[in-house]
Write a protein that binds this ligand. Structure first.
Ligand code: AQP
Length: 327
């Protein structure tokens, strides 16, 4: 079976882009691959976090992954900081990456531009992401389109390490969806929907009241030419709605476009499809939230399974690097 790994940051409430671009595919992949899914809490630290909020968000995120359909009997679901080898291998990856390579990462440029405080971790975070992936001999990484460049770097680092020290890491492939790879903000269709961006009207939260989500879709920014066509470059707002509707109903967005002559019915159907996608997740989440100890116990088990894979891999890396064996 191929090995699949992917992660999500506990940086805020999960939004529709996370669900359609990544999480729904995690659920599908768990049946055909040996899958590891991770709440990447160390990644959240690249910007200052309130400790109480980070703790709560991490637990809620794990619960949401269960509500979306991750089955802990099939997949390994765990929290990144519970497996210390992630941070250790991250240092090795920082030393494998070139400064210039990290400086070229567009996400770093976007996030650091105009920020009051730019941490060293924000700069080196792609090395931690490479460590997350390479630690588990990952073949495939299901991610949204925004992670394409980081995945390329992870591949380059694996190849460079293997060339320097001998075959150690599997070189992973990115798996990016054909539909909804980049769900855009409903009010600013030129930028991606994101859980840490302050755009309440443009971001649909997976756990928000369904009526609010419906209202946001109905008020989504489109354009004035009135033509329904799937053309993300020239008609980003309308194309975003078609992509969301397509992902929720498993239909090609360009084919969907032929069914509509006006924006009103497209918005109404998209709102309905979003509501139908979110409702069962919200129901399951509420059931899981009634027993918080259950999620914590599952995360403990998940961390044990992940550590059993990470420890021997890290031992091999230390040996390859020439670090003196422990006692
Ligand atoms: N808009 C999106 N469309 C499709 N996929 C998306 N992903 C994120 N946004 C979209 C995918 O979701 C997974 C988890 O990514 P994340 O934790 O980085 O999510 P985020 O919402 O993007 O969170 P932040 O904190 O706002 O992060 P930044 O701004 O740093 O990306 C990934 O597979 C991602 O591709």
């Amino acid at each position: 079976m191929p090995r699949v790994f992917s992660g999500i940051k506990p940086t805020g409430p999960v939004q529709l882009g996370n669900l359609l671009g990544a999480l729904r595919r995690w659920v599908d992949d768990q049946h055909t691959a040996d899958s590891l899914y991770c709440v990447v809490d160390l990644h959240a630290l690249t910007v200052p976090q309130d400790p109480d909020i980070l703790r709560r968000t991490s637990e809620e995120l794990a619960r949401l992954l269960l509500a979306v359909g991750i089955d802990p009997d099939v997949a390994t679901l765990f929290v990144q900081s519970h497996v210390p080898e992630h941070a250790e291998l991250s240092w090795v990856m920082e030393c494998t990456a070139a400064f210039g390579e990290l400086r070229r990462m567009t996400q770093f440029k976007d996030k650091s531009d105009g920020a009051d405080f730019v941490s060293g971790g924000l700069f080196t975070y792609p090395a931690l992401m490479a460590a997350d992936i390479l630690l588990y001999d990952t073949d495939r990484v299901p991610v949204g389109d925004d992670q394409r460049q980081h995945l390329e770097l992870a591949r380059d680092l694996a190849l460079r390490f293997n060339a320097r020290y001998g075959d150690t890491f599997v070189v992973p492939e990115a798996s990016i969806p054909t539909v909804a790879a980049r769900v855009m903000d409903l009010q600013h269709p030129d930028r991606k929907m994101s859980k840490s961006e302050d755009s309440p009207q443009g971001t649909i939260l997976v756990l928000e009241p369904i009526d609010d989500a419906v209202r946001k879709v109905r008020r989504a920014v489109t354009d004035n030419d009135g033509e329904v066509r799937y053309d993300p470059e020239h008609k980003p707002g309308v194309s975003n709605l078609l992509a969301i509707l397509g992902a929720c109903t498993d239909t090609d967005p360009a084919t969907l476009a032929e069914r509509y002559e006006q924006y009103g019915p497209l918005k109404a159907d998209t709102a309905e499809a979003v509501a139908a996608t979110l409702a069962p997740i919200q129901k399951r989440y509420a059931e899981l939230a009634a027993d918080p100890g259950h999620t914590a116990a599952l995360l403990r088990q998940g961390a044990e399974k992940a550590r059993a894979m990470a420890e021997p891999k890290m031992a091999l890396v230390r040996q390859r690097l020439g670090l003196l064996a422990r006692g």
